[in-house]
Each structure stands twice: as C-alpha cells, then as structure tokens.
Ligand binder design. Structure first.
Ligand code: ZN
Length: 198
C-alpha cells in the first residue's frame, strides 16, 4: 500500500482539536503545543546572533532539533494512533520515513518531500516555506548559510530512528547538512543526512 499522506495529515488535524486546559495537545503519543513561529525564530536566531560568528550556536540548535526529532518520533511510532492509522500502510522499513515526513507536514513544519532515500546510507529531503527560512528572511534579510536548523536535525533523526539501532541507543548515528536554503535565496531548502563519521 502506498503511503497516504492526506490520510495521515487529516488524522493529525482531527486529533489536534483536542486541547488540555493549558493548550497542550496530546496526540500520537506525544505532547504538542501551538507556538508562534515569530517567537520561536526570535529566540533561536537571537541566541545565534548573541553567540557570535562561530558556528557553536548553529551546532547546538541542529543538535536540539535532532534530539527532539528522535524522541518525538519514537513517541509517535509507539502510539495507538500510529498503530491504527499509519502502520497498515507500512510495507517496508523505508515507508516509516515517508510516514514521519507526512506527520511533520501535518505538524506545520513545512512542505517536505523525500527526494532520495538510499536505505541505511542517505536521505534527501527537499522543502519549501520552512518557518526558519521565511522568518530569517523577514527579520534579517538574505543569509549566507542555511538557517533551517530544526528540519536539518530531524532529517538526521529520521535516519537514526530507522537505521541507527534500537531506541534510545541509535541517536546521533547520522548527521545532516543543508545544501540549499530559501533564506540564502535558493528556490527551496534541501537537507542530506548521511552516517556520521566515527
Ligand atoms: Zn532552509
């Protein structure tokens, strides 16, 4: 069975109507919340600017995205909603990645597409309208390097989850780069995850 992205997105959207009194959304085995992208970008890019010219802040933000993606999507794939809605579509291990991407789209992270998947070796995700790229452009103007740290981290996290070994020992087995970014003036953002150097 092919992966039905629309069905997955619809399940997430339906489920996200349920809010706890503090606005927390319990869904797909994890706790989600709505957050203003301007607020998020102000904190993360403000942090990067304050940290100075080296790439220490960038590395931390990518690492945070990867760690968050690893734990979040482990929760997602362990949930009853996954078993009920997503699992029946999965025929091989690679399908998990396509399902993760469908859920990331539903989370509002951007229009993500899997461009290439070489099992165990390489994952290429292309995306448009990512909130980090848009937000950076709006506030700071054109960047000289990729700015989509969160999706860069989760691209590697998806490989960690599927090929990195049993949870929680499989984290940071893969690493990702952003080879083009809308914040730099490129027509799309593109991320490539490969096995991390030992
Ligand atoms: Zn980007």
């Amino acid at each position: 069975m092919a992966i039905d992205t629309d069905k997955i997105v619809q399940a997430v959207m339906e489920g996200s109507r349920i809010r706890e009194e503090k606005g927390i959304i319990p869904l797909f085995g994890v706790y989600l919340s709505m957050i203003s992208v301007q607020y998020y970008n102000k904190i993360s890019f403000g942090f990067e600017k304050k940290m100075g010219d080296d790439d220490f802040a960038e590395k931390l933000l990518v690492k945070a995205g990867q760690e968050c993606g690893y734990a979040t999507f482990q929760g997602v794939r362990s949930s009853w909603e996954w078993d009920e809605v997503v699992k029946p579509m999965i025929e091989d291990v690679e399908d998990q990645i396509h399902c993760f991407v469908s859920i990331a789209i539903a989370f509002g992270w951007g229009a993500l597409v899997v461009r290439e998947l070489v099992p165990g070796k390489k994952l290429v995700i292309r995306a448009k309208d990512l909130y980090e790229a848009r937000g950076y452009l709006d506030v700071y103007g054109q960047a000289d390097a990729g700015k989509c740290y969160m999706v860069r981290g989760i691209t590697a996290a998806f490989m960690d989850l599927v090929y990195g070994g049993d949870y929680p020992d499989g984290s940071f087995q893969y690493t990702a780069v952003e080879t083009s970014c809308e914040a730099k003036g490129d027509p799309y953002c593109e991320f490539i995850a490969r096995q991390a150097a030992c």
